[in-house]
Design a protein around this ligand. Structure first.
Ligand SMILES: Cc1cc2nc3c(=O)[nH]c(=O)nc-3n(C[C@H](O)[C@H](O)[C@H](O)COP(=O)(O)OP(=O)(O)OC[C@H]3O[C@@H](n4cnc5c(N)ncnc54)[C@H](O)[C@@H]3O)c2cc1C
Length: 341
């Protein structure tokens, strides 16, 4: 691994190598932190649904120096058609009108391509470990101590749970997720369509009907990213394609064909649509240094108590040399922050 940053005396552990984890890793590494990313999956997960971002998201991509690469990988602009369940056109918008409406500081991109661009940059500045996860997080004397799946422990100045909607870090630090969860009662499903029907191949197609909405987004390689939402059918939570069939089975036009393809799709992403409330300030009921940060606060490096992390006096940073020998990563050996092997 080539490191673009100088060795640092501040170590951050980020759990999760999704969009949030990789973007944070890149940001912290450029701010001269030593960064370890722990990803449970064996490899990047990819994802065939389109993520559109502008505003703060675009600003963040600009600061990370990734905008040109993201633009190169972006989903193409296409004329947009709004249709009903039988494919009757209800409204249209040209590419030029879409561009004028959204402005130039907007990118729509497949989730997997966004993740790939972030990983391409982050892998050179962070120690990214696949197939690894965390089993415990505790407050240490001057930071946090994270226990990994293999039983080893790593000390860090900052621990970030970027491990998705059902965050293990949040559960370990703040307790069961039920308390934070707000369920919209809706499910989303997404998959890639190879060789799509002609009528949707060259246009972005949107459907909005009572209790369901769908979007079909042509990609550069002729494939289609298909995205469906529907009121959750609890009988079918285990089988996403079957749930989709029940929710969209009464429609005509290309919809039955597309739903059928969901059954044979190489992979289908399906998840309940819910959110985690960030309104409750965890400092009120969690007296330690750990804190749930609302999104805007995540932009700058903070300690777990929310303040900017001061540099510790050199002597206090040093760990006994017999512990240093057990450190796996070069970053930790340099920072001498590895304990418990
Ligand atoms: C169909 C669809 C369309 C969307 N469109 C948009 C959009 O247009 N604009 C937008 O801004 N957002 C959009 N979103 C939301 C956006 O995709 C998500 O908010 C974003 O992907 C979340 O990224 P994340 O990194 O926080 O979490 P995730 O993508 O869930 O990544 C979490 C990572 O942590 C790993 N992990 C989980 N548990 C552990 C563990 N215990 N230990 C180690 N690793 C772990 C996972 O394997 C994963 O790699 C859309 C979402 C969907 C489903």
């Amino acid at each position: 691994m080539t490191r673009e940053t100088a060795p640092s005396d501040r170590t951050a552990i980020i759990v999760g190598a999704g969009i949030a984890g990789l973007a944070t890793a890149l940001s912290l590494a450029r701010a001269k932190w030593s960064v370890i990313v722990l990803e449970r999956a064996a490899r990047l997960r990819g994802g065939a649904f389109v993520v559109g971002f502008s505003g703060m998201g675009y600003e963040a991509a600009t600061r990370l120096g990734l905008v040109e690469e993201l633009r190169a990988r972006a989903s193409p602009w296409r004329p947009m058609q709004q249709v009903d369940g039988d494919g009757r056109g209800l409204a249209w918008m040209s590419e030029a009108s879409q561009r004028a409406l959204t402005g130039h500081r907007t990118v729509s991109i497949l989730r997997g391509d966004l993740e790939g661009a972030l990983y391409g940059a982050a892998q050179h500045v962070a120690d990214i470990r696949f197939g690894q996860t965390v089993t415990d997080v505790t407050d240490g004397a001057d930071g946090a101590v994270v226990t990994l799946r293999d039983g080893s422990r790593v000390a860090a100045d900052l621990v970030i749970g970027a491990d998705g909607a059902h965050s293990t870090v949040r559960r370990l630090v703040f307790g069961p997720e039920d308390r934070w969860r707000y369920d919209f009662g809706v499910k989303v499903a997404s998959f890639e369509v190879i060789d799509p029907p002609t009528s949707v191949r060259e246009k972005t197609t949107l459907l909005t009907a009572v209790g369901r909405s769908a979007g079909l987004y042509p990609q550069r390689d002729g494939r289609l990213s298909a995205f469906f939402t529907f009121v959750r059918d609890d009988a079918g939570t285990a089988d996403a394609a079957a749930s989709l069939g029940r929710a969209y089975g009464d429609l005509g036009w290309v919809w039955p064909d597309l739903i059928q393809r969901a059954v044979s799709a190489e992979s289908i992403f399906a998840a309940p649509s819910d959110r985690r409330r960030a309104d409750a300030d965890s400092r009120d009921d969690h007296p330690g240094r750990s804190r749930r940060l609302p999104p805007a606060e995540s932009r700058a490096p903070h300690r777990v108590d929310g303040r900017r992390s001061p540099r510790r006096p050199r002597q206090a940073r040093r760990a006994p040399s017999d512990r240093v020998g057990g450190c796996r990563s070069a970053a930790l050996r340099r920072a001498r922050r590895c304990v418990g092997h």
